[in-house]
Design a protein around this ligand. Structure first.
Ligand code: ATP
Length: 213
């Protein structure tokens, strides 16, 4: 069964925390492809720091030449808020009976029960949760208990990705990189360099267009 991973984010900007996690999940769980999906209007947060065309161009530059990585622009083409449930439904409609997985960091997973129609998501896809520094299941707060419970109910061995098309939750360790886009925007805002936290090609675009100043 073909295995498709979906990695959504604001990518404001894309950084090595995203890229390394995506690559390790791609290789470790043997996805045929990982689709990076930049969000246009993220429903759960403030407006992105730079407009979507530039965020998209940075993702393009970052993954250039990486086999198996594909950009999926459907959230940028859609009107209105970028709800992941709509994105997964639309990918499911396009791809049919593949094994589909939503890839996310543990921070994002713990917030999943706040997402629009989140209960539908495990019916549309597996969820692969990557460890993220600073986030632990044991310290989950009251508001995050629904996600912890979902994990307990559906936690599966990675073999489920080849046995079923959706419904499992796989927790996967990746090299911990304590990098966040927020910290990168702050650094640049303070006039400091973000080099070595992001691909050089992305850094050059940020410098050239004076982004996040
Ligand atoms: P911001 O700081 O602006 O909130 P971010 O760095 O968290 O941004 P997003 O674009 O919001 O990046 O995240 C997209 C996805 O990437 C989420 O599922 C998030 O958990 C995951 N992710 C981001 N940074 C890392 C990291 N350093 N390690 C593992 N996963 C990460």
């Amino acid at each position: 069964m073909r295995r498709v991973g979906v990695f959504g984010g604001t990518f404001d900007p894309i950084h090595f925390g995203h890229l390394r996690a995506a690559l390790e999940l791609y290789e470790g769980l043997q996805f045929d492809e990982v689709r990076l999906v930049p969000a246009s209007v993220p429903p759960h947060r403030d407006e992105p720091g730079v407009e979507s065309g530039q965020r998209l161009a940075m993702v393009e530059a970052a993954i250039s030449g990486q086999p198996g990585f594909v950009i999926d622009e459907r959230e940028l083409r859609r009107e209105g808020p970028s709800y992941m449930v709509d994105t997964l439904q639309s990918i499911r409609d396009d791809f049919g009976n593949v094994s589909l997985s939503l890839l996310m960091g543990l921070d994002a997973f713990l917030g999943l029960p706040r997402w629009h129609r989140w209960e539908r998501i495990p019916q549309l896809a597996h969820i692969v949760v990557a460890h993220r520094p600073g986030w632990h299941l044991d310290d989950a707060e009251e508001a995050e208990q629904t996600a912890v419970q979902l994990l307990e109910e559906r936690r599966s061995d990675p073999a489920i990705l080849q046995e079923r098309t959706a419904g499992g939750i796989v927790l996967q360790a990746v090299t911990p990189l304590a990098i966040s886009a927020t910290a990168i925007r702050r650094l640049i805002g303070e006039g400091r360099s973000a080099r070595y936290l992001i691909p050089d090609a992305v850094w050059h675009m940020i410098e050239k267009d004076q982004l996040y100043r």
